[in-house]
Design a protein around this ligand. Structure first.
Ligand SMILES: [Zn+2]
Ligand SMILES: [Zn+2]
Length: 175
């Protein structure tokens, strides 16, 4: 969404509340490897505020993005909400060089309008977790028989083989 912040620039207001939905199309992020298999069923909710403190404008946002994917260990369906906080200094067009010199994180106002969707989408995609688990201690699947170990142990031998003995077995295998 393009936000009209002219009431802040004119000094008429010193804070502006933000609340809108940002659609994050899966196609936009399709070339991002860590997001393969993730879909976003609804747009992200963006809430926050821009404050003006004697000409110093600060944007603070909180973004909540619902997602659907599969557990990285057991491959069961997982859905949840990913949340980020986003803060930037709001810089009028002519002042960009100053902000760059200070290496601030900033967003630029053009003709009283602020377009933050592209930056928001980028930050969301960069910060999105590369591995999502159905639960923190998900036991995953047995590498041998494929049984979901969250449902109980399988019958595969779990005893650790003595490494020296394993090497010997491997030699037999090769022969
Ligand atoms: Zn799992
Ligand atoms: Zn097994």
């Amino acid at each position: 969404m393009v936000l009209n912040i002219s009431s802040l620039l004119s000094g008429e207001k010193n804070r502006l509340d933000i609340d809108y939905m940002l659609s994050v199309a899966t196609e936009d992020v399709g070339n991002s490897v860590n997001l393969s298999g993730v879909t976003f069923p609804t747009p992200a909710r963006v809430t926050g505020v821009i404050t003006d403190n004697a000409g110093y404008m600060r944007l603070k946002l909180s973004v909540t993005l619902p997602y659907v994917t599969v557990c990285a260990r057991c491959a069961c369906d997982v859905s949840g909400e990913f949340e980020i906080n986003f803060e930037r200094t709001v810089v009028p067009e002519g002042m960009v060089d100053d902000a760059e010199e200070k290496e601030e994180d900033f967003v630029v106002v053009e003709n009283g309008m602020l377009d933050i969707d592209e930056q928001l989408t980028e930050v969301l995609m960069l910060d999105f977790p590369t591995r999502i688990l159905c639960k923190e201690d998900c036991k995953g699947l047995c590498q041998k028989c494929g049984k979901d170990l969250n449902e109980g142990q399988c019958n595969c031998p779990t005893k650790e083989i003595n490494p020296a003995f394993a090497k010997l077995l491997q030699m037999f295998d090769e022969e």
